[in-house]
Each structure stands twice: as structure tokens, then as C-alpha cells.
Design a protein around this ligand. Structure first.
Ligand SMILES: C[S@@+](CC[C@H](N)C(=O)[O-])C[C@H]1O[C@@H](n2cnc3c(N)ncnc32)[C@H](O)[C@@H]1O
Length: 373
């Protein structure tokens, strides 16, 4: 999965735009500006709750076309918050260019790469339309240490999973092999235990599971930073809480696609196990210097967006819509984002806070996550 998605020369994400009607799938920020605007309001609210610490960094993991960040920066500027730096964790050089065009003043890939000091941890830098410094990183660990609002929308579903199956001999891993007769790819079961079979499986009652060590390590890193430097995390993705078994699949032209056919031409994805992410946010590894984060959620996208006021925002936009067609598009977008039969209940929201905020959060729980806000 890692090779197919992010191999530097042939990886699916590395050299093309895969989003939208002409691509393979569409994501919530691409559907409507309402999505990013409400997330921006949420971020400003939670930053304010923390006492508006400075310097402020917004870090987005896997920004895609940069649409979500573009909507967020526009809202921040409306609230006159421009003193903020942007850190983008993006493995794809092609998509980093698309993001730059979306919300930066300059979009000169070569110049922006050449200006980066040799020993820097980022690979490219630019300036947003509102004057904020924007830097691109390969890993979360490379982000500067500062109070940070972390955002990961449809990022964790792109990180590789291992598939494990319980056999009479114990846990075995599903591997991928080449059919000698026709050189096609096929699934095989490992003869013995593999390192992935060392995952926490003692109390596992399912017979088949998917585990994503890279997701857990990434989330632990984010949780450690939130504890040590201050910050808030918002993870949004399609997923479940510890109960699904087989969700690995491919997508091409908005249709399901066999992951073993023409690898590199289709998106590969697996539902995110939010129970595992919450475990990672609350379990520092031995010797790590951080305390369990407070976690909120998951809540369904429909509930989060409704509680954050998407219906009011729709009304405002409808009142300003100049054509019937625009009004119809807005209503369709609202339905796609919130209808449980579409994206409303498939997508989940999880929030992370440092333990030190417990008293404040008891009095003022995160908006969108409970009814009483
Ligand atoms: C499914 S797209 C989501 C894009 C965007 N957040 C959205 O919702 O429209 C996944 C994004 O994560 C990036 N990505 C995938 N694997 C990554 C990795 N290991 N490290 C950093 N970025 C990665 C992809 O290049 C892409 O920008």
C-alpha cells in the first residue's frame, strides 16, 4: 500500500491530481466551502479557549488540493488572524504545487525549493495570500515545535495497513505474491508469524483485522507534541471503532477497483480504526515524555456540521446566491455532506487536547462533539 501510493516515481499520489469529478474520488472540502469554513470556526474557538497562545501554527496532514486550508485561511483572515504559520505534511511533490497555487502568493516551485536552507527540515516554502509563511514537510516529526492546531482530513485512510487472519496455528498476515503462471498479483497467507502479528492481539475476538502501525506512531507523535508544546488535534475520516474486519479496497473513476490490478493507477484505502487511534493518543510508549491526551468523539460528520451551524451557513449562502443553479448546487452539497446515506454518518470526527485542559473542557466541551454546546 505504501509503495503503490507514495513510491517517488510511480506512486498514485506522486504525480497527478486524483480528486474531483475527473479524478477517482471527491472529498468533503471539495464539495463545498461550508465544510472548511465550519472547521475554521471550530479551530478559532478552540484556540481562543486555550488563551490564544502565540506563535500559532496550523499543521495539515495530507492537504490534497489545498482547498480545506484555503477556506480556513480565508476565515482566519476575516477574523483578522494573520499572525499564523502554516505547516503542510505532504509527501507528493505534485500535490504540493497544487496546494501552492491554491493559496500562496507565488507559485514558483523551483524558486521556492531553491530558497530553502540546506539544513532545514522542510523541502519548500512560500507565503499565503494573507502573508503567512507556508512550509512543506515530509513527516509530522519535522514540523517546528510550537502551539499547533493539527488537522488530518482523509489522511489516515491513506496510510498502509497490515491484514491479519486468525488461523488454527495462530495469527498470520495476508501478503501479496506474484502468480508464476501469468505474473498477476495474488493474496497469500504468511507461513509463520510476521512482525505485524506482534500487534496487541491478546483480547482480540475478531478473526480478521487490519492494523496500521504507521497511523498509531503518527498519532502518538501528534499527541506527544500536543502535550509538550500545546495544541489541539482534529482527525476526520471514514472509519469505525474496533469492530470491522475487511475494509481494504481500491477506487478508480469513483468505482471500486481490485487493488491487485494495475497498481499505481487507483487509490488504495482502508477505513480508519478510531478505537486504535484513541488508544495511541492515550498510551505513551515506555520512556516517552508525555501524558495521555483527552479525546472527544468520535461523532458523525452530520452531527458535527449541524451543531457547528451548517444549516445557518447554507441559508446565508442561499440568500446571496445569484442563480438558481448556484442555489441548487449549494443544497446538493449540504445534502452530500450531512445525509447519513451519503457522507453524514460514514465520516467521523475525533478531537485531541492536552490533559492540562481538563477543567476548562469540563465547563466548555468542544463544540460539535456534544449536544449541550
Ligand atoms: C485522500 S487524500 C486527502 C486530501 C485532502 N485532505 C482532502 O480531503 O481533500 C490524501 C493526502 O495525503 C497525502 N499523503 C498520503 N500518504 C502520505 C504520507 N505517508 N505522508 C504525507 N502525505 C501523505 C496525499 O498526497 C494526499 O494529499
Amino acid at each position: 500500500m505504501r509503495e503503490v501510493l507514495t513510491n517517488p516515481s510511480a506512486g498514485y499520489y506522486m504525480n497527478r491530481d486524483v480528486f474531483g469529478q475527473k479524478g477517482d474520488f471527491i472529498t468533503s472540502p471539495e464539495i463545498s466551502q461550508m465544510f472548511g469554513e465550519l472547521i475554521a470556526i471550530w479551530l478559532i474557538n478552540e484556540w481562543t479557549k486555550c488563551g490564544r497562545p502565540k506563535p500559532l501554527q496550523i499543521a495539515e496532514l495530507g492537504p490534497g488540493r489545498g482547498t480545506l486550508m484555503s477556506d480556513i485561511l480565508r476565515v482566519f483572515s476575516k477574523f483578522k488572524i494573520s499572525d499564523v504559520s502554516i505547516g503542510l505534511v505532504e509527501v507528493s511533490p505534485y500535490l504540493s504545487q497544487v496546494q501552492e497555487k491554491q493559496f500562496c502568493i507565488t507559485s514558483n516551485q523551483e524558486t521556492n525549493e531553491r530558497n530553502v536552507p540546506k539544513d532545514a527540515l522542510h523541502y519548500k516554502e512560500s507565503k499565503s495570500l494573507y502573508g503567512s509563511p507556508v512550509r512543506w514537510y515530509n513527516h509530522v516529526a519535522d514540523l517546528p515545535r510550537a502551539f499547533t492546531l493539527y488537522l488530518a482530513h482523509e489522511f489516515f485512510d491513506a496510510l498502509p495497513v497490515h491484514k491479519l487472519i486468525k488461523t488454527e496455528q495462530g495469527w498470520r498476515e495476508v501478503l501479496i505474491d506474484i502468480n508464476r503462471t501469468d505474473s498477476t498479483l495474488r493474496y497469500v497467507l504468511s507461513r509463520d508469524r510476521t512482525p505485524a502479528c506482534l500487534y496487541r492481539l491478546e483480547n482480540e475476538i475478531r478473526k480478521e483485522i487490519e492494523v496500521s502501525p504507521q497511523s498509531l506512531v503518527t498519532l502518538q507523535l501528534m499527541a506527544a507534541r500536543i502535550h509538550q508544546d500545546g495544541g489541539v488535534g482534529l482527525v476526520i475520516d471514514y472509519g469505525y471503532e474496533g469492530d470491522k474486519t475487511d475494509t481494504f479496497r481500491g477506487f478508480k473513476n469513483h468505482q471500486l477497483h481490485d487493488p491487485l490490478v494495475d497498481p499505481g493507477t487507483a487509490d488504495l484505502t482502508a477505513d480508519v480504526d478510531f478505537a486504535a487511534l484513541k488508544w495511541a493518543a492515550t498510551h505513551p510508549r515506555t520512556g516517552d515524555d508525555w501524558k495521555a491526551n483527552l479525546t472527544f468523539g468520535t461523532v458523525d460528520q452530520k452531527d458535527f456540521l449541524t451543531r457547528m451551524g451548517i444549516d445557518v451557513r447554507l441559508k446565508q449562502l442561499l440568500a446571496a446566491a445569484r442563480t438558481e443553479e448556484l442555489a441548487r448546487d449549494l443544497k446538493t452539497a449540504h445534502q452530500m455532506l450531512t445525509d447519513p446515506a451519503e457522507m453524514g454518518s460514514k465520516f467521523k470526527f475525533l478531537a485531541l487536547y492536552p490533559a492540562v485542559m481538563k477543567k476548562i473542557l469540563d465547563r466548555h466541551p468542544p463544540p460539535g462533539f456534544s449536544l449541550d454546546v
